[in-house]
Design a protein around this ligand. Structure first.
Ligand code: GDG
Length: 483
């Protein structure tokens, strides 16, 4: 889908994570393009249209390649400007590690006992948001469209609006929005709400998130809210609050898995499995406690206990990518996963069969999609998850329609993928029997379910998401122009 025709005003993207990171490697520098839905949708758009992207310059060589904070990207064929916001170690700690990752992240996922809000981190979070806002204000030409992202930058919309009332601002919140009694536990919850309400368009993953946000705004700020229209009047301006579910690039995934190199590799995996009469399950997550990795292993253990005939038949591959290792809880989690895996393998495995294989590193995207294509089942067991792109990627990669998807009902993706087998990550027995049921359905039904989900993802791609945001921005701009 070509969305370029929708971009009528210069576009400024603001994210915490940058699309290109420069790292020192020996005596040289290597540029890494970061992966993920936002980059995969917005990088091609900016490459086509030009524009500006503001992000934290977190790479070890980022200051070298952008001594004044700006670098044109992609490095080989520059098409747009990347503006790096540099942070001191204490800013990084206060803004990123403490306030965003130890406070807002767990609270938004309703894991209240993990959330910590320190009084010291708050002013740093605010000041760093202000730094990003200043960079956006300096970069935006009159009437520009600013598209900012997520829980790291919750204050930016209001800060930017004060500096630049002429720009149209859309902000997308990628993670769940918690129920009001949970949200209220954030000591600065009113400021967070006011910060976000500086946007003209606020995007959330699901209608539940939208409802929870509208409710919070109504309760806290007594702002007039039209719940049906998703509309708040704040400081005399309308704020449009919408569910705009993010997705994946369906065609790009299909062509990755159809590529001869990947198809050969995938074929090799299938042949090996067939020789041993085995089936393959897969899951892929950042090593994050919200993804329910330990409960998932407990469910698998229960499965082998209850259905001994499945022992020796099912191999479960989990890719657990290290993340946020500066936070102690994340380091602990990895040890728990390893411990649980060892225990399970000792209990059920033998010389010929390892029930669970854990890979702890980043895998090349094409191979990852190839593994999704080859698998007999995919498992997503998040405790809470804004969307979960892995679920949609699994579906897009399943071109033979051989696999089944087990999907936590608490992931945003569950609202759309109705043909997945729903699981409750905390119910190990239920998980075991659902997995058993899913593996026993006739191939024709499996195929039909997967086809229906594939059709849905094909019709609701990352470009549809982007289109909705751009259309909303153009409506806002038109309204500004009429004023
Ligand atoms: C947040 C929200 C929301 C993972 N391991 C490898 C790898 N990945 C890729 C996956 C997928 C992405 O990382 C993970 O996306 P998720 O959506 O599953 O999760 P979060 O990182 O928590 O993202 C989430 C998302 O924002 C977007 O709005 O869906 O709810 O929490 O694309 O494939 N990619 C490669 N190798 C790996 O080893 N190449």
């Amino acid at each position: 889908m070509d969305v370029t025709c929708l971009v009528t005003n210069p576009l400024v993207v603001v994210t915490n994570r940058e699309p290109y990171i420069d790292e020192k490697i020996g005596s040289g520098i290597r540029t890494i393009q970061t992966a993920g839905g936002v980059v995969s949708a917005l990088d091609p758009l900016l490459q086509e249209m030009g524009g500006d992207w503001i992000a934290w310059g977190s790479g070890s060589a980022d200051r070298v390649t952008a001594p004044r904070g700006m670098r044109e990207v992609p490095p080989k064929h520059p098409r747009y400007r990347l503006h790096r916001v540099f942070l001191s170690p204490s800013e990084e700690q206060g803004y990123y590690t403490h306030y965003a990752n130890q406070g807002l992240w767990p609270l938004s996922h309703m894991l209240v006992e993990r959330a910590r809000f320190s009084r010291r981190a708050w002013p740093i979070y605010r000041a760093v948001n202000q730094k990003f806002a200043r960079a956006a204000a300096a970069t935006s030409v009159p009437g520009a469209w600013v598209f900012s992202h997520d829980y790291q930058l919750a204050l930016l919309p209001a800060q930017l609006r004060t500096m630049r009332p002429d720009v149209a601002i859309a902000h997308f919140w990628h993670i769940p929005w918690p129920a009001f009694p949970v949200f209220r536990l954030c000591p600065q919850y009113q400021e967070i709400l006011r910060g976000l309400l500086g946007a003209d368009v606020l995007g959330f993953q699901t209608s539940d998130d939208v409802d929870a946000f509208l409710h919070a705004a109504h309760r806290t700020l007594k702002a007039p809210v039209d719940f049906d229209a998703g509309h708040i009047v704040w400081e005399g301006r309308p704020v449009h609050v919408r569910a705009i579910p993010i997705s994946v690039d369906f065609d790009a995934i299909e062509s990755l898995v159809r590529h001869p190199r990947i198809a050969r590799w995938t074929g090799g995996i299938r042949r090996k499995l067939a020789r041993r009469d085995r089936i393959l399950g897969i899951s892929v997550d950042r090593a994050d406690y919200t993804k329910g990795i330990v409960p998932r292993l407990q469910g698998i253990r229960e499965f082998f206990q209850r259905y001994p005939e499945r022992r020796g038949q099912v191999t479960f591959l989990q890719i657990v990518v290290p993340t946020r290792s500066e936070v102690q809880e994340y380091r602990n989690l990895y040890h728990q996963v390893e411990e649980e895996t060892r225990r399970l393998n000792r209990e059920f495995g033998d010389d010929d069969w390892t029930p669970v294989i854990t890979i702890r590193r980043h895998i090349d995207r094409a191979r990852l999609m190839g593994l999704f294509r080859a698998a007999d089942f995919g498992l997503v067991s998040s405790l809470f998850d804004g969307m979960n792109l892995v679920a949609k990627e699994f579906v897009a990669a399943q071109i033979e329609g051989r696999g089944v998807l087990l999907l936590s009902e608490s992931a945003g993706a569950a609202n759309e993928l109705a043909d997945a087998f729903p699981i409750n990550p905390l119910d190990a027995e239920g998980f075991a029997s659902t997995l058993h049921e899913a593996l026993n359905i006739p191939p024709a039904e499996r195929h039909a379910r997967m086809e229906r989900m594939r059709e849905h993802v094909q019709q609701h791609t990352i470009y549809d998401w982007l289109q909705s945001i751009l259309l909303a921005l153009s409506e806002v701009s038109a309204a500004y122009a009429r004023e």
